[in-house]
Write a protein that binds this ligand. Structure first.
Ligand code: GRF
Length: 193
C-alpha cells in the first residue's frame, strides 16, 4: 500500500456522533495513494463520541458543536469548514439533520451512509424494522445528501443476507462490516463519474 502525502486531495470533513468505525475506515482509506480525499476535520455533535479519539490518534483537527441551537451551530460550522478549506463532507453516523441552507452551501458535496437498502427503511431503527418485516435481505447505502432525509441520489449499495436466527445486533454487526468497505468504494465511484 503506497502512502500519499495528501497534496491535491479533496479536503474532507467527517461528521460523527458515536463510535466512529466508519470514520476510522475512511481515515485509513484516505491515506492510500488512490484515495481522492484527505480527512482534514472531524465534527461531532456529541462531546462523548468515542470516534473523537481518532482525531488524536491520527492528528486530525476536531470540533464539537452541540446543535442545541441549530442555526448558530451551523453558522459556526460553515465558518470552520470554510476557514479550513473543506470541500467535501462525509456523514458517518451523524445523528443530526442538516438544514436546507447548510446543504445548499455544499451542494452535491455531502455524502451519507445509511444501514439499509434505501429507499427502504429511511430514518432510525432500520434493522429492527427490516427484521419485523421478515425481509430476506438488508444492507447499506451510500448516497448524496439532499434536503429530504435519506433520500438523495444513491451512489452504491451492498446487499446482505438476513439469516434465520438473525438479531438486531447480529444484523447491525454484519452490515457495519460491509459499510466499512462500501464508503471508500462509493467515494472512488463519485470521483470517477
Ligand atoms: C452506521 O451503521 C451508519 O450507517 C449509521 O450509524 C452507524 C454509525 O456507526 N448511520 P459508526 O459510528 O461509524 O461506528
Amino acid at each position: 500500500m503506497v502512502l500519499s502525502t495528501g497534496y491535491n486531495k479533496i479536503r474532507t470533513a467527517v461528521f460523527i456522533s458515536g463510535t466512529g468505525s466508519n470514520l476510522k475506515s475512511l481515515i485509513k482509506f484516505s491515506k492510500i495513494k488512490q484515495s481522492p480525499i484527505s480527512i482534514e476535520f472531524i465534527i461531532s455533535n456529541n462531546s462523548k463520541a468515542k470516534g473523537l479519539n481518532y482525531a488524536k490518534i491520527y492528528k486530525i483537527k476536531k470540533k464539537v458543536l452541540n446543535f442545541k441551537n441549530k442555526n448558530l451551530s451551523e453558522n459556526k460550522l460553515l465558518s470552520i469548514l470554510n476557514k479550513n478549506n473543506i470541500k467535501m463532507i462525509c456523514l458517518a453516523g451523524f445523528m443530526k439533520i442538516l438544514s436546507k441552507n447548510f446543504i445548499k452551501e455544499f451542494k452535491g458535496k455531502i455524502l451519507n451512509i445509511h444501514p439499509s437498502l434505501l429507499p427502504k427503511y429511511k430514518g432510525l431503527n432500520t434493522h429492527k424494522r427490516a427484521l419485523n418485516n421478515n425481509e430476506k435481505y438488508s444492507g447499506c447505502t451510500v448516497h448524496f445528501v439532499n434536503s429530504r432525509l435519506d433520500s438523495g441520489k444513491i451512489i452504491l449499495q451492498k446487499k446482505v443476507k438476513i439469516s434465520k436466527n438473525e438479531t438486531e445486533t447480529s444484523l447491525a454487526k454484519k452490515i457495519l462490516a460491509q459499510e466499512h468497505k462500501l464508503y471508500p468504494k462509493a467515494i472512488l465511484k463519485v470521483f470517477s463519474l
